[in-house]
Design a protein around this ligand. Structure first.
Ligand SMILES: *Cc1c(COP(=O)(O)O)cnc(C)c1O
Length: 362
C-alpha cells in the first residue's frame, strides 16, 4: 500500500477550517455576513487594486523569485537589510518553512493552547511534538509560563501570535523582551504579528535582528489582501538563507507582489482602516455591555464576547449561522465560552448587532 509519512498517517481525517463558502453550501444560504475569518471589511487600497489591475495582462509571467523590489522596500522601512527579509504566500506559508527547517521529527514546539492553529498543523504534519500552556484566566498569553517551560524543554520553536488570535489580547513590549531574553540559544522565537497594524506601534519591541528571533507579518489583515496570499518575515540573514534552500521559488503570486508594493506606498489608506477598525471595536464593546456581557479588550480587527460557557457560545454561533451570520469562537478553555466576531463595515456591525440581539439563549 502507498503510505504517507508516519506523522501524516497518524493525523485523523479532518477539515481544519470550514470556510464560509462551505457553510453557505451546507446551509443553503445564497449570501452570508462574513465576520468569522478576520478578513478586512474595508478591502485593499484602491491604489493596490489599480496597480494589480494594470498588470493583469502580464499574468503569463512568473513573479520575480527574489521578490526583490518588495524586500528592498520593506528592508528600508524596517532599517534592516534585504537579506533579513523573506517573502512567502502569507504567514501560513512562512510558518510552514520555519517548522520544516527547524523542527525535525520528534522536535518540540512550545505554544499557547488554543491559539491560531496553523502553526500546530505544520508541527503535526512534519512530525514534531507540541508542548502547550493555556491562556491566563484574563485571556492573555501566559508569558511567564512559556518562559519556565522553555527553560525546561528547550523547544526548537516557541510560537506566539502577538497580538493574539483568537483572544485579541497583546503581550507588552516588556513581556516580549523578557521572553526573548529567556529564549534558549538553540530555540527560535516565532512572533506572528498578523495584526501588528491594529495595535499602537509603541507596544512592540523594535525590529532587532537576533539569531533566535523570527517575526512574520502579512498583507492579509490591515492591508485587506488575504486572497492575494502574501506576507513576509524579518529574521537573521542565516534563517532567511535557510528558507531560501527550501521555499517555492515561484510560490508567490506576481500580482500579489505588485499589489503589496502599491499597498505599502498608501500609508493613508491603512491609517484609515485602523481608525475604522478602532471605531468598530468600540461598537462591539458597547453592544456587549448593553447585552450585559464581558468582552476582551482587543488589539486586532475582531472582538471576543463572553457567553460564560462553551455550550452557550456554540449555540450562539449556530443560531447566528442560521440567520446568515458567519462568526467563529475559540475552542480551548478558558476562552471557549467566548464568541469571536470580526469588525465589519458600520452597516455589517449593525446587522450583526440585530442578529445577536435576536438570539434566544439556551
Ligand atoms: C489570519 C492570520 C494568519 C494568516 O496569515 P496569512 O498571511 O493570510 O497566511 C496568521 N496568523 C494569525 C494569527 C492570523 O490571525
Amino acid at each position: 500500500m502507498v503510505r504517507a509519512t508516519p506523522a501524516i498517517e497518524a493525523i485523523p481525517p479532518m477539515t481544519p477550517f470550514i470556510g464560509p463558502e462551505q457553510l453557505m453550501r451546507e446551509g443553503g444560504h445564497s449570501s452570508i455576513l462574513r465576520l468569522g475569518a478576520n478578513e478586512s471589511a474595508f478591502g485593499p487600497s484602491p491604489k493596490a487594486v489599480r496597480a494589480m489591475g494594470a498588470e493583469l495582462p502580464r499574468l503569463s509571467w512568473y513573479g520575480d523569485p527574489e521578490s526583490y523590489d518588495l524586500r528592498e522596500t520593506l528592508a528600508s522601512r524596517l532599517k534592516c537589510t534585504i537579506d533579513n527579509i523573506s517573502v512567502g504566500s502569507g504567514i501560513d506559508d512562512l510558518m510552514g518553512l520555519a517548522v520544516r527547517a527547524f523542527i525535525g521529527p520528534g522536535g518540540i514546539a512550545l505554544t499557547t493552547r488554543g491559539t491560531y492553529p496553523t502553526f500546530a498543523f505544520h508541527v503535526t504534519g512534519y512530525g514534531g511534538a507540541l508542548s502547550t500552556i493555556g491562556y491566563r484566566e484574563d485571556g492573555h498569553i501566559d508569558v511567564d509560563g512559556l518562559i519556565s517551560k522553555a527553560k525546561k524543554h528547550k523547544p526548537a520553536i516557541i510560537y506566539i501570535a502577538n497580538p493574539d488570535n483568537p483572544s485579541g489580547t497583546i503581550a507588552s513590549r516588556d513581556q516580549i523582551e523578557r521572553l526573548l531574553d529567556a529564549t534558549p540559544k538553540e530555540t527560535l522565537l516565532l512572533l506572528d504579528e498578523a495584526y501588528a497594524e491594529f495595535a499602537p506601534a509603541a507596544s512592540f519591541m523594535p525590529d532587532v535582528i537576533d539569531e533566535r528571533l523570527l517575526r512574520v507579518r502579512t498583507f492579509s489583515k490591515a492591508y485587506g489582501m488575504a486572497g492575494a496570499r502574501i506576507g513576509y518575515s524579518v529574521s537573521s540573514a542565516r534563517v532567511a538563507a535557510t528558507f531560501n534552500k527550501i521555499r517555492l521559488h515561484y510560490g508567490v503570486n506576481r500580482n500579489a507582489q505588485i499589489g503589496a508594493l502599491a499597498a505599502l506606498a498608501d500609508a493613508d489608506f491603512v491609517a484609515e482602516v485602523v481608525s475604522e477598525v478602532d471605531h468598530g471595536r468600540r461598537d462591539y464593546y458597547a453592544l456587549a455591555t448593553a447585552l450585559g456581557r464581558k468582552y476582551l479588550e482587543s488589539f486586532t480587527n475582531f472582538v471576543c464576547i463572553d457567553y460564560g460557557s462553551a455550550e452557550v457560545a456554540n449555540a450562539v454561533v449556530k443560531a447566528l449561522l442560521e440567520r446568515g451570520v458567519f462568526i467563529r469562537k475559540p475552542f480551548a478553555p478558558p476562552l471557549d465560552g467566548h464568541i469571536r466576531v470580526s469588525v465589519g463595515m458600520a452597516a455589517e456591525r449593525a446587522a450583526f448587532a440585530e442578529a445577536l440581539r435576536s438570539v434566544k439563549l439556551p
